[in-house]
Ligand binder design. Structure first.
Ligand code: UD1
Ligand code: CA
Length: 485
């Protein structure tokens, strides 16, 4: 096949008034990416010679976002003449004069259009030798959309905007999806002749259909049976609907690839996430950013992972983690709060009500309960007792704690950084570790226990505790709780 030449124009100059937002419409996000980023990705999927984005409203913010996502995009500013026709006219003026190929037109606010659909549209357009091919759909309620007009033989005769349509034209249910392929020369010639004499005083791209037909070019509308492909986002309700549909499609794709997803309605997976086969995702789970999960893992319920890497067979329950790396077969949660820079080695454990940050935890090491571990490294096969806190911050600077291999930190320790606890050591329960602990030692600094007999009855007379003490001590009272054990 001869190499085709193709340019993509993305319309993004509109204001998006109905979003009622300080953020430009095309920068609102679904599936972890802005609307315009979805369209840019789809455009790139066609491997075009160039991608041109037309901007006007909030042009600085919109063009910055476009160039950040797709740096090769050509930005074109629309002038004060309104309308989709004017936008495309100015876009194609930026093409090289000798560019004689096809121009695909997409909207920045129609995020679910996909590459296979556009490929089919372009192929049909080229095979049919046409000058204009648009994607249409049959809508039982076509209100607000442009209608495709056809003659008695079914041949397209034009497109009419709802505001300009007659009663009988409004009854047409085939709508214009706003996604097109044009032959560049025919498009340019048609746009040069289109005026703004219509209900909205705009230069309509849709008027190109009748113009091209009048000059002998072929025009066809190809109906899709998937209305989501052309669904535009104009307000926040439509934004949410498009987001839900995108999520449903992403979830279905993972299911096809062997991932068990119990409840698609409460599982939210962003576009860049990857998941291995035989992993199960339980309800209420959010997988975001560049998260990757290997096979055979179990994630959720009620878990959020942002930019995390999760190993094979890992289990993460009711927890939240950002920028963390979990080795194979780790056990995390319930109710763990894993902050950036956490790395948990193979078969390691971060258990209930544990918070970590910048913590490198070696293979097989465990922090099972109620701890804060920040700015620390822990070797392999160590255990951190319940309630242990790393005091990493002196109010001015953060300091590092180093815990070696096979260390047993007792319950409720405070490890005051900077501190090093060497391989093969114990610390006693309740120790405040202020000094380094050399290999082989037990560290303890808790004062020996002293029991002051009679203190309760003397200082807390009449309390239930004092009464219990008296009962326990009264060996003569029948039924006293002094049963000898
Ligand atoms: C357009 C079509 C309509 C079709 C509908 C499908 C026209 C005249 N009408 O109507 O037939 O059914 O899409 O969704 O094309 N834009 C610019 N510059 C402008 C005006 C718009 O760049 O001057 C951009 C918008 O930002 C948007 C896109 O073009 O991304 C579509 O514009 P919009 O005003 O939403 O057109 P519709 O009225 O929806
Ligand atoms: Ca629209």
């Amino acid at each position: 096949m001869a190499e085709r030449s193709l340019a993509v124009v993305i319309l993004a100059a509109g204001q998006g008034t109905r979003m009622k937002s300080a953020l430009p419409k095309v920068l609102h996000r679904i599936g972890g990416r802005s609307l315009i980023a979805h369209v840019l990705d789809t455009a790139a999927g066609l491997s075009p010679n160039s991608v041109i984005a037309v901007v006007r409203h909030e042009r600085e913010r919109v063009s910055e976002a476009i160039l950040e996502h797709a740096p090769d995009t050509v930005i074109v500013d629309q002038d004060e003449v309104p309308g989709t026709g004017r936008a495309v006219e100015q876009a194609i003026a930026a093409l090289p004069d000798d560019f004689d190929g096809s121009v695909v037109v997409l909207s920045g606010d129609v995020p679910l259009i996909d590459v296979p659909t556009l490929e089919r549209l372009v192929r049909g357009h080229l095979d049919g030798g046409r000058a204009m091919t648009m994607l249409s759909a049959i809508f039982s309620n076509p209100t607000g959309l442009g209608r495709i007009l056809r003659d008695a033989d079914g041949a397209v005769t034009g497109i009419v905007e709802e505001k300009d349509a007659t009663e009988s034209q409004r009854r047409v249910t085939e709508i214009n999806g706003g996604i097109y392929v044009f032959a560049r020369r025919a498009l340019q010639a048609a746009l040069a002749e289109i005026d703004t004499n219509n209900a909205q005083g705009e230069k309509y791209l849709t008027d190109a259909a009748a113009r091209i037909l009048a000059s002998g070019g072929g025009v066809e509308a190809v109906a899709t049976d998937d209305p989501w492909l052309i669904a535009g986002v104009n307000d926040r309700a439509q934004l949410a609907e498009a987001g839900r549909e995108l999520n449903a499609r992403i979830v279905r794709e993972h299911q096809r690839n062997g991932v068990s997803i119990q409840d698609p309605a409460t599982t939210w997976i962003e576009a860049d996430v990857s998941i291995g086969a035989d992993t199960e995702i339980l309800p209420g789970t959010f997988l975001q950013g560049a998260t990757t999960i290997a096979g055979g893992a179990s994630i959720g319920p009620d878990t959020t992972l942002v930019d995390c890497e999760v190993g094979e067979g890992a289990r993460i329950r009711r927890s939240e983690a950002t920028l963390a790396v979990f080795g194979d077969r780790v056990d995390v949660g319930p109710f763990a709060y894993i902050r950036p820079g956490t790395e948990l080695g193979v078969a390691g454990k971060i258990g209930a009500f544990v918070e970590t940050k910048n913590a490198k935890v070696g293979d097989g090491s465990k922090i099972p309960h109620l701890s804060y571990i920040g700015d620390a490294t822990i070797g392999t096969g160590s255990n951190v007792g319940a309630g242990t806190i790393v005091a990493n911050y002196d109010g001015v600077n953060k300091h590092q704690a180093v815990i070696g291999d096979a260390v047993r930190i007792g319950s409720k320790n405070v490890l005051i950084s900077p501190v090093t606890i060497e391989d093969g050591t114990y610390t006693a329960a309740g120790t405040v570790v202020r000094k380094n602990v050399p290999s082989g030692s037990l560290a303890l600094n808790v004062a020996p226990q002293r029991n002051i007999e009679g203190w309760v009855t003397e200082h807390r007379p009449g309390t239930s505790t004092a009464e219990a003490a008296l009962r326990a001590q009264d060996v003569d009272t029948p039924g006293a709780a002094n049963g000898g054990n």
